[in-house]
Write a protein that binds this ligand. Sequence first.
Ligand code: SF4
Ligand code: SF4
Ligand code: SF4
Length: 187
Amino acid sequence: MSVGVPALVDLIDASLPQTQCKECDFEACRPYAQAVVDGEASIDRCRPGGEHTLRQISQLMGIDPAPYLKTVMDQFRPASIVRIDLDTCIGCVKCIQVCPVDAIVGAPKRAHVVLEDVCTGCNLCIEPCPVDCIHEHAIDNPTVHDRRMQDQSRARFERRMVRLKRQADEKSRAFSKAQKLISGVTS
Ligand code: SF4
Ligand code: SF4
Ligand code: SF4
């Protein structure tokens, strides 16, 4: 029995680490999986996935992994998490806004904390921090290939996407309502 296209996307997505780090130049793991299936991306783009992910994708796609191995080994980025220096954090919330899995908690003007069991090590929060108080830490456990961690990261990412969409819709509705009120007043 051949694997259908939607199922193939699901299988490739399931083989990805779900760090949602964008290092493949796609917005998240799932769009990269879709691009691989569509023939729009090569199978060697997932840096945190390394050889393990390459072999899984190559098997699913029926592609020889050998020509891609060197690139994947050269660009491999081992699993990590980040921690925040509590004495330096100014509570600007910029890191919370970019974390793809809601792994940072904190209130404005208060020190923020990373939930280490949730952090995927995507490092997306490091660059926006205005005081350079977020630092990467290597971890021994190769959690990027832990199925439970992958499922957790995917679920948290999807929940965040739903929330952001709802907030954008609410904002858009409020804007339209305000525009109607203003045009009612001025007409
Ligand atoms: S883990 Fe990062 S590089 Fe790999 S597919 Fe997901 S978003 Fe892309
Ligand atoms: S805390 Fe930072 S490194 Fe960890 S998942 Fe969130 S954005 Fe990525
Ligand atoms: S971006 Fe940096 S300073 Fe701002 S809340 Fe996050 S850790 Fe603190």
